[in-house]
Design a protein around this ligand. Structure first.
Ligand code: SF4
Ligand code: SF4
Length: 401
């Protein structure tokens, strides 16, 4: 690698370093041991010109402009594996990688597919560019009718923040409907925001668009104020992460749970309703922002184990060391870019692990995953028998709903 030192590179390194100090535990970057754990555990570390450890080396050498000129930062899917295993507890994902992506956006070094998703979010309130009016279309035909709060104005126990992919993606709508049926079967008084809901913004934030994230958060915060509810549940672990860990700093604070946590708390009520056997070996994929970032490993597994006939098996990467599906941190909108660089997808690696574990079902708890894993199944040898199911879909099937 050719390295050119210049006064510009030195000043960028200094301002970038200083900006990390403003972030929670950002100053810990000074304690980096250059052990290489982060670069080693990073699923795309092998292909990055500057994996995280080397980025810190570039900062120390005051040649950070080389990092910004290269585009390897866009191989980062914000999976948090580097941060979870760093012996110096450096917030690599939240501080270094996310700030670097912000710098990439400022420098105009952004893949076009990501740019389109960010523009869609700004214009339509969702990264897919769907009309906000269609956000509740998944509810059509469901009985009882789903309570759309803007129409009924009824107070509810639970505000269900459905999220972008669970609302709009054609594969995910059946899983969203399944969760609505499960909530109804449990007698939960819930409502949704429908067309008033905006993207949670968390993946946009992790892709470097902090301003857009704050815009989405403020819009959602204003809508929350209109309705009476006791708690929020989310379908999407990224929304859960945003509402739990990021929105409170913006003054938007409500009790929030991922739906698997919420259902786990009602497991004794659910168990007698699980009358249908699902005879299958099931591997559970820990979503990064449910498991590794927020420590929810056992609740989804407990729900699966409660279904008669299910034999739970573990894949080689599991729990804290789970392997990302490739969708986080803007990865959902960087598939083409990452394919060009790596000629492989993380979702394919994960499907291969499920096949090695002899799983018949790959169970998931994040709306990014079914479309990604189902695409991957088409390309992986011996994977054609593997089915991808949301936990809500399996529960609804076992309940005969
Ligand atoms: S794992 Fe932590 S200490 Fe080791 S090189 Fe990476 S940032 Fe530095
Ligand atoms: S967050 Fe994940 S993808 Fe990004 S640098 Fe860390 S390990 Fe690699």
């Amino acid at each position: 690698m050719e390295i050119t030192l210049s006064p510009v590179s030195s000043s960028l390194s200094k301002t970038f370093f200083a900006s990390l100090y403003e972030l929670t535990n950002g100053e810990r970057i000074r304690t980096c041991l250059q052990c290489g754990t982060c670069s080693g555990i990073c699923p795309f570390g092998y292909i990055m010109k500057f994996p995280p450890g080397k980025m810190i080396g570039a900062l120390r050498a005051e040649i950070f402009d080389q990092v910004i000129k290269a585009d390897s930062v866009w191989m980062c899917v914000s999976c948090n594996a580097c941060s979870a295993f760093c012996p110096s507890n450096i917030p690599i994902t939240a501080a270094l990688m996310t700030r670097a992506k912000e710098e990439m956006l400022l420098a105009g070094n952004i893949p076009t597919e990501l740019q389109a998703a960010l523009e869609n979010t700004q214009r339509y309130g969702n990264p897919m560019g769907e009309s906000p009016r269609k956000r509740a279309d998944w509810t059509l035909g469901l009985q009882p009718e789903v309570n759309i709060l803007g129409k009924t104005r009824q107070p509810v126990d639970v505000l269900w923040f459905v999220g972008d992919y669970a609302s709009f993606h054609s594969r995910m709508q059946s899983a969203t409907r399944a969760l609505a049926k499960v909530l109804n079967a449990l007698g939960i008084k819930f409502g949704i925001l429908g067309p008033e809901e905006n993207s949670d913004g968390d993946s946009q934030r992790l892709a470097g668009e902090r301003g857009l994230f704050e815009m989405m958060a403020q819009k959602n915060g204003q809508i929350f104020k209109r309705y009476k509810f006791n708690e929020i549940i989310t379908t999407d672990p990224h929304a859960f992460n945003a509402l739990k860990n990021e929105y409170p700093a913006l003054g938007i604070s409500h009790p929030v749970k991922h739906y698997t946590q919420f259902l786990y708390e009602r497991l004794e009520q659910i168990k007698p309703l699980l009358k249908n056997e699902i005879k299958a070996r099931v591997a559970y994929h820990d979503p990064c922002y449910l498991g590794r970032v927020n420590g929810i490993f056992d609740e989804p597994r407990a729900l699966l184990k409660a279904i008669p006939g299910i034999e739970l098996v573990e894949m080689s990467h599991q729990r804290l060391n789970s392997l990302c599906c490739g969708g986080g941190g803007g990865g959902m909108w960087l598939d083409g870019f990452q394919w060009e660089k790596a000629h492989t997808r993380l979702s394919e690696w994960r499907v291969r692990e499920a096949v090695v574990a002899s799983a018949e079902i790959l169970a998931v708890g994040c709306p990014y995953e079914p479309p990604r894993f189902e695409d991957a199944i088409k390309t992986i040898q011996n994977a054609s028998q593997l089915k991808v199911r949301e936990i809500a879909e399996l529960l609804a099937e076992a309940m005969g709903l």
